[in-house]
Design a protein around this ligand. Structure first.
Ligand SMILES: Nc1ncnc2c1ncn2[C@@H]1O[C@H](COP(=O)(O)OP(=O)(O)OP(=O)(O)O)[C@@H](O)[C@H]1O
Length: 409
């Protein structure tokens, strides 16, 4: 059991290990105003001061409780007290009747990630505790697919969370321990009544399961090494050895190659895992990706049919605009540019690019982005295109997903 006086030391150790001491980027804290994130903000402020780092407080108002504006105001007041910048964020979209907690969570992660990127922060600190780990386990026992919060993980929001990591330094402490620490300091906090609302699986889990002390998130060096060894071409096609591929890497490679965000279904993934190591050629789709296994390698690429079915339209970018196209390519323009999938435009490419296209697997070609100029097309991935720059996000995302990035970039 973690003693109260040890809590600060544990958190400092995690921050020392994961944050880059010499970085000039601000450190973001996701502050709900609840006890856990409040304690975390206090500890992070100490660490930031010692290391000369700026602190930014991010608070999302979900608009679900009449008191939420007052909660945000309390967070703003703490930011002032800690000398941190305060970034109020609001979930203004439609609120679904079903699945409200999941929708709120997805919106929260998108807002937090966008805000972090806007201020140049690479890490968002979150206040999950060992009690949250125990609750996630209890919810899974109830049939939910809730993943366990990990100490260090890329933001689940995609593409908003590109390059942004979540750090949970309180995972080894129970909620009661964190609150004991706050009480000792004379601090108060907000209790969100939704946490006690028994209609939500999460609240039932809070009652059901006594908190357990969390093991530190185990890093899987094999997974990270395999991801680091992946061959990824300019078109974003991922090539991995087909035998001894861990299931997690297959799922991550599919998501990254497809640019999609929704994790694949467990039963589909399990079926693929049965076929993948066999010797016969094997073709399937997963999470918007096409998987082609032949010989000793498996290729993961965007499934072109899914791209076209996603209703991707010709996109007009203004000068200076940046977008993530199909979840795979970050495109920045210095001029007006019309971006479209290559399908139907291959004959409009200059000769050199048509030749370069031969190096791209046939079934990956239609899902490449091209810039249309009248009756001309150009693919910035095949050849430099004036006024348009493109960054392939596939490798960076795969490395982050596989745990190959262990600390603040
Ligand atoms: N409204 C909010 N504004 C900012 N941060 C928040 C907000 N709500 C939650 N958080 C952050 O998320 C942490 C966990 O909160 P909570 O347990 O309510 O969310 P969760 O849905 O279980 O987490 P996750 O989003 O990782 O699934 C908090 O300690 C805090 O850091």
């Amino acid at each position: 059991m973690l003693g109260l006086s040890d809590l600060g030391t544990v958190v400092r150790t995690v921050l020392d290990r994961r944050l880059a001491a010499g970085s000039t980027a601000p450190i973001a804290v996701a502050l709900s105003g609840g006890g856990d994130s409040r304690a975390l903000a206090l500890m992070a402020a100490d660490w930031a001061q010692v290391h000369g780092r700026r602190l930014a407080i991010l608070t999302v108002d979900h608009g679900l409780n009449p008191d939420s504006a007052a909660w945000s105001a309390a967070c703003a007041a703490l930011a002032v007290r800690l000398g941190a910048t305060f970034h109020p964020l609001a979930w203004t979209g439609d609120k679904p009747a079903q699945g409200l907690p999941a929708a709120a969570r997805a919106a929260r992660h998108r807002l937090l990630a966008d805000a972090a990127r806007a201020i140049g922060a690479r890490v968002i600190l979150m206040g999950h505790t060992a009690s949250d780990l125990a609750e996630a386990a209890a919810m899974r026992a109830e049939g939910s697919t809730t993943p366990s919060p990990r100490e260090w993980a890329p933001s689940p929001a995609w593409p908003e969370g590109r390059g942004v990591f979540l750090l949970r330094p309180l995972l080894a402490a129970s909620r009661a321990q964190v609150r004991g620490w706050l009480t000792d300091l004379g601090e108060t906090w907000i209790d969100d009544p939704a946490n006690e609302d028994q209609r939500f699986a999460r609240a039932r889990a809070r009652l059901a399961e006594p908190p357990a002390v969390a093991p530190l998130a185990a890093l899987d060096p094999e997974l990270a090494a395999l991801a680091a060894g992946a061959q990824i071409d300019a078109a974003g096609v991922v090539s991995l050895p087909r035998v001894r591929l861990p299931e997690r890497l297959v799922a991550a490679a599919a998501l990254c190659a497809a640019g999609t965000a929704r994790p694949p279904r467990a039963d589909r993934l399990a079926r693929i895992m049965q076929h993948l190591p066999l010797e016969e050629p094997f073709i399937t789709t997963l999470a918007g990706a096409r998987i082609q296994a032949k010989g000793e390698r498996a290729l993961f690429m965007r499934e072109q049919g899914e791209l076209l079915r996603s209703g991707i339209a010709d996109l007009v970018l203004a000068p200076g605009e940046q977008t993530v196209w199909d979840g795979r390519f970050e495109i920045t323009t210095q001029r007006v540019a019309v971006i479209a999938p290559l399908t139907g435009h291959a004959a409009q490419l200059p000769r050199a690019q048509r030749a370069a296209l031969h190096d791209v697997p046939v079934r990956a070609r239609a899902a490449l982005p091209v810039v249309l100029d009248g009756d001309q097309a150009a693919c910035p991935l095949l050849e430099e295109t004036p006024g348009v720059s493109v960054r392939n996000l596939v490798r960076e995302r795969l490395l982050a997903a596989a745990g190959a990035v262990e600390r603040e970039p």
